[in-house]
Design a protein around this ligand. Structure first.
Ligand code: MN
Length: 147
């Protein structure tokens, strides 16, 4: 990897491809993904930049691996566990292990955030019918989530 990758403006970096958020094409809306640092044998972490367009949202999911997130563009809301949080530029969000989470862009601007994860990580789990019913029954969470 190059020692320096130049920022080329607008949350884009030289030679860093802007990818689809996930390949399965469902359960999320209007998100791009850029891998800023891939990690490797001497650093078991990956740093990605996600950008959610206005009205878009990430997948509602949980998994054993954790997320450390920093908002660097715009504002939005996120579900972590059973609470909805307003999030804005420079806020830090910690998603613990096996905790339901979902991010949404709620204004007319994109929501952009850095997300730090383990390179070695388990596959996300989506809510089954029982979990979906449980989440829908929670105050505020029920109206927030997009399945
Ligand atoms: Mn996740």
């Amino acid at each position: 990897m190059n020692s320096i990758v130049r920022h080329v403006g607008g949350h884009r970096w030289d030679g860093v491809p802007v990818l689809n958020y996930k390949e399965d094409g469902s359960h999320f809306k209007a998100i791009s993904r850029q891998v800023l640092f891939e990690g490797g044998p001497k650093l078991g972490a990956e740093l990605r930049y996600f950008e959610i367009e206005p009205g878009g949202h990430s997948t509602l999911e949980r998994h054993d691996h954790i997320h450390s997130v920093m908002v660097i563009r715009g504002r939005g809301q996120c579900l972590v566990g059973d609470a909805i949080y307003e999030i804005t530029n420079n806020d830090l969000i910690y998603v613990p292990t096996m905790t339901w989470h979902q991010f949404r862009a709620t204004t007319s601007e994109p929501l952009g955030f850095l997300c730090l994860v383990n390179v070695e990580r388990d596959r996300p789990e989506r809510p089954d019918e029982a979990n979906a019913a449980m989440l829908k029954a929670l105050p505020k969470v029920g109206e927030f989530i997009r399945l």
